[in-house]
Design a protein around this ligand. Structure first.
Ligand code: PLP
Length: 379
């Protein structure tokens, strides 16, 4: 059997990883400034994470959600404390798309409405409703397309108000990324987010913050939207939550009523996934990783801001978009093949996406900074 060929692949086969480095099958070392799409939050193979998972393997890996699982309560407790959202409730699932799928569904159960507002440049995942609110026609199949999903322009308050004016009472939820990642590190204005919140309250519309990429300390806040001082109804998370172990979460405001069978999953919240997610939170807390994300992000921006061919830098914490005066693919390939540094791209071809682990060290950022300087100066 062959693999169903849907991914363009680099010809690199990593077989070992530690901290912010990877090694391929030929023994070549790579610096990871992308974390496999923002997934590696506490660095590869963190010793605490490794130990906790190995210990759990010796106890129990899985049982279904029909029994008590104290690891789920421990995870919810620690997540509530570190995020400052102690009164929210947690539903555990397996991925970002699944978290958004459940959030959209829960919103609709809650207010009985069926329309959803989303924004240009958005990426919310590839499952049914999640892909319907993703702004990329190439990945929305006819089965997913429906006019109940309404697109509004990013950071455009006028358009938002006009849509709510006409259809506000039919809009079940608004879904928005804390910071758009795939869209090219697009940061919402405080006026825009505040207006969304105000319109949602006025029209009994649920506000869903997709923090799958921008959450878990990446932005220098636990969740990126928290910088703006608004309250979200539902927050979705995945990626950095398990540092590579598949897990997603839906944080749900206490006003939502749970009932047996309303949501569900076979694998969500399994023992191994919970242990991985608890280990991530422990390390984030013990090693002050949110603070490190703020510090290292500011350091990188300051060091690279005057490099040639950079038009703008959009950044919060360690979520960094470097907009070049050209397509970034040459720079990205040069960094990878000549300097052995992984970086990312985005739907905006000119934006290089930088998402290192939250415990990146200064000397590791210096390797990236000096390589980027060489590459840009030689364009
Ligand atoms: C903001 C955002 N939401 C949702 C998703 C989907 O997550 P997953 O690939 O885990 O389904 C992604 C993935 O890139 C994302 O960036």
């Amino acid at each position: 059997m062959n693999l169903f060929n849907v991914y363009p692949l680099f010809n690199i086969n990593p077989v070992k990883a530690q901290g912010s480095f990877l090694w391929d099958d030929k023994g070549e070392k790579y610096l990871d400034f992308y974390g496999g799409h923002a997934v590696i939050s506490i660095g590869h193979n963190h010793p605490h994470y490794q130990t906790q998972l190995k210990n759990q393997l010796d106890k129990i890996s899985f049982y279904s959600n029909s029994v008590q699982n104290e690891l789920q309560t421990e995870l919810a407790d620690k997540l509530g404390k570190l995020s400052g959202l102690e009164d929210y409730n947690l539903f555990l699932c397996n991925s970002g798309a699944e978290a958004n799928e459940n959030a959209l569904k829960l919103a609709s159960f809650h207010n009985g409405k069926s329309k959803v507002l989303y924004f240009s440049g958005s990426f919310h995942g590839r499952t049914s409703a999640a892909v319907s609110v993703t702004d990329n026609p190439k990945i929305v199949a006819p089965v997913n397309y429906d006019e109940r999903f309404i697109k509004s322009e990013w950071n455009n308050i006028e358009q938002l108000e006009a849509i709510f004016e006409k259809q506000g009472n039919e809009i079940s939820s608004v879904i928005i990324e804390g910071i758009q990642g795939v869209g090219g590190i697009m940061i919402p204005t405080v006026e825009f987010l505040t207006k969304i919140k105000e319109l949602c309250e006025k029209h009994d519309t649920v506000l869903i913050l997709d923090e799958v990429q921008s959450g878990y300390g990446r932005s220098g806040y636990f969740f990126a939207y928290q910088e703006f001082g608004i309250e979200a109804d539902i927050i979705t998370t995945a990626k950095g939550m398990g540092n590579g172990f598949p897990i997603g979460g839906v944080l749900i405001h206490p006003k939502f009523q749970a009932s047996n069978g309303l949501l569900g999953t076979t694998f969500g919240g399994n023992h191994l996934a919970c242990v991985a997610a608890i280990a991530v939170l422990d390390v984030m807390k013990d090693e002050n990783l949110i603070e490190n994300a703020q510090k290292m992000g500011a350091y990188i921006e300051n060091e690279i801001k005057d490099f040639p061919h950079i038009k703008t830098i959009r950044r919060k914490g360690l979520m960094i978009g470097i907009e070049l005066d050209r397509d970034c693919s040459e720079v990205r390939n040069n960094l990878l093949y000549n300097h052995h540094i992984f970086t990312g791209n985005s739907n905006d071809k000119s934006v290089l996406r930088i998402l290192p682990a939250l415990n990146i060290k200064k000397e590791e950022t210096d390797l990236f900074i000096s390589a980027l300087k060489t590459v840009l100066e030689n364009l």
